[in-house]
Design a binder for this molecule. Sequence first.
Ligand SMILES: [Zn+2]
Length: 240
Amino acid sequence: MVWSLDTGIWLIFLLLFTMFATGAEFGPSLEGEVVLAEAEADLADTGVAGCADQYLDDGVQLPDLPLFFRRNTPDAEWGTGEMIEVIVSASRHMRWLMPESSPINIGDISRERGGFLSGHLSHRGGVDADVGIYATGAMQDPRGGFQSLGSNFDVVANWALVSALLDTGAVEFILLDRAHITRLRTYTTQAGLLTEAEAEEVFPTDAHSWTLTGYVRHAPSHDNHLHVRVLCSDGSHSGR
Ligand SMILES: [Zn+2]
């Protein structure tokens, strides 16, 4: 008993001596909070950079993931972080949901620094990507390009792809030919996947607004691919 009391007193003495000698502080460290504040300041500095419509800052190149997708034009496959995440996430989902489906053919996104990209009006700010659609049997064009599809448009696989893209929550809209949109809308309502009201929100039928509103919009020359536009990193719409 005496021995352990003495030991305890010595230990307390040693602890106090160490505190004074080293100037150590006891209590919660503020280090984490400082790091967080610095990160927030960095974020404020960047603002919505990377979401301008005419150029691309801090672009990310689509990684080479052949199990998920095939890159057609790697030099023109640079996008914002959100754009790349959307493509990787949706194609990974397709691999899980339909393991027999072909890897998705990805066309132009933007050049490394954005700007004019031959053959496109948009695709300048890393927020637009051209994505192949599936023919019957969940097959993408075997040559790696885009295939014009009529009634051999695989409605189940293409709806799975469109919904995987929309489920990311980062897609502003998808452009597609009206005939394919009608096929998707009919399938989703008849199969009970969407109510009429939900279908109207995703694929509006009003001829005056079907190119301007909704998530899946008609555009001419889009019967062989989807044109996917993503939101800015802060959730706002980019310019055109
Ligand atoms: Zn496009």
